[in-house]
Write a protein that binds this ligand. Structure first.
Ligand SMILES: Cc1cc2nc3c(=O)[nH]c(=O)nc-3n(C[C@H](O)[C@H](O)[C@H](O)COP(=O)(O)O)c2cc1C
Length: 277
């Protein structure tokens, strides 16, 4: 996050008011509570986290069966709501899971070492300065991922694109003749948008995952858009009261868990022939 952030709120000398940072735009506010909304990007107060909240991500070695990834710029927006619903279902089922909102983590764009030559793209990743190495370890230790994204110009949110780009070092192991770390893992995909482009967005995500050896759960894509005839300010209420998206999330989470319990990762280990360009 840049150092030249705008700051506001009352910060008196010696006063220990916590500072709150908007996870969308980085605006910093001093006060007992976060501001009602961000004056810089207009995000609601739920996008604020205390500045102390962010630490470098370290993988503690505890396996989570399912990694639940919110790829949106908004940690608690419409995609965040879909992820809240998925999280509740995972909790009820008793599955070990971890939820991550990518907006709360520091993930640099891929250095694209693979574009220099195969051998330049190593695992662990050459960039050890941000939170992605911990995500690599967690992905390798998990059995399934459920990835959620808003539609941004008919494709996935940019934070998620960066996240998937950064998984190249896991996929590149195939080019180096080494065993992969993702083959046979299960994927589920959740998409929300205002008007159109959900299927393309889901398939864009799926295409990357399948080239890494992930298996899409049957009925593993859930999506919903509101409608271009409505103002996007009404989308939040729509998603929070819409029965169809609730059913879709329930189905995707259920199907991911059922597929995961078959443990295709173990059954297929060492038996697949990686295919890619
Ligand atoms: C840059 C940008 C591009 C968007 N493009 C699309 C689009 O192509 N199709 C669509 O249905 N919605 C589009 N939307 C609307 C978002 O998908 C929608 O508002 C979504 O619910 C936002 O989720 P969030 O609260 O997690 O950010 C776009 C929004 C933004 C900011």
């Amino acid at each position: 996050m840049s150092n030249n952030l705008e700051e506001t709120g009352s910060k008196k000398a010696g006063e220990e008011n916590p500072s709150w940072r908007c996870t969308v735009c980085g605006f910093v506010f001093f006060g007992k509570k976060p501001p009602k909304g961000c004056p810089r990007c207009h995000s609601p107060s739920r996008e604020f986290r205390t500045v102390l909240t962010h630490r470098s991500l370290v993988y503690d070695g505890k396996p989570a069966d399912v990694l639940l990834i919110n790829g949106s710029t908004h940690r608690a927006g419409n995609t965040g709501f879909l992820v809240d619903c998925a999280e509740e279902l995972l909790r009820e089922t008793g599955v070990l899971y971890q939820r991550y909102n990518l907006a709360e983590y520091s993930i640099d764009p891929c250095w694209c070492c693979y574009s220099i030559r195969d051998e330049s793209c190593t695992y662990p990743c050459r960039n050890k300065e941000d939170d992605m190495p911990a995500f690599h370890q967690m992905i390798a230790a998990s059995k399934a991922v459920i990835i959620a994204s808003p539609i941004n110009w008919n494709t996935m949110a940019v934070r998620l694109k960066i996240f998937l780009d950064r998984m190249t070092c896991m996929e590149n192991l195939y080019h180096l003749g080494k065993p992969g770390l993702t083959e046979g893992k299960i994927a589920g995909i959740l998409i929300c948008g205002h008007e159109d482009g959900a299927i393309k967005t889901a398939l864009d995500i799926f295409f990357v995952l399948q080239q890494m050896g992930f298996i899409l759960a049957p009925f593993g894509i859930g999506f919903r858009t509101h409608g271009s005839e409505y103002n996007s300010s009404t989308d939040a209420d729509f998603f929070r009261t819409d029965n169809l998206i609730a059913q879709q999330i329930q189905g995707v989470v259920h199907n991911v868990i059922e597929m995961m319990r078959l443990d295709p990762e173990s059954a297929l280990r060492g038996k697949l022939i990686p295919v890619g360009e």
